[in-house]
Design a protein around this ligand. Structure first.
Ligand SMILES: [Zn+2]
Length: 82
């Protein structure tokens, strides 16, 4: 099998994906960072790499997503009352 540019790209792409899934965080880590994540969302800031893991976790974990949405609502209400 000849290694073409596309083959290489596929191999690299696959290993990057594997790396990313190894980095998936648990609920504890997610909840530790979720307030930072919510602040970035509210401020409309770009989400840094570390917080993308939170985003990834929230997409696959409904209980944490509920937590995040409650936090977002609370933060919005706090902003409104200041
Ligand atoms: Zn979770």
């Amino acid at each position: 099998m000849a290694l073409t540019r596309d083959t290489l790209k596929n191999i690299i792409g696959a290993s990057l994906k594997a790396q990313l899934s190894e980095q998936v965080i648990g609920c504890d880590e997610c909840l530790e960072m979720v307030d930072q994540f919510a602040e970035h969302i509210l401020d409309g800031k770009e989400i840094p790499e570390a917080l993308r893991l939170v985003q990834l976790h929230l997409e696959g974990c409904p209980p944490c997503k509920d937590e995040f949405e409650a936090l977002l609502t609370a933060l919005r209400e706090m902003d409104g009352s200041q």
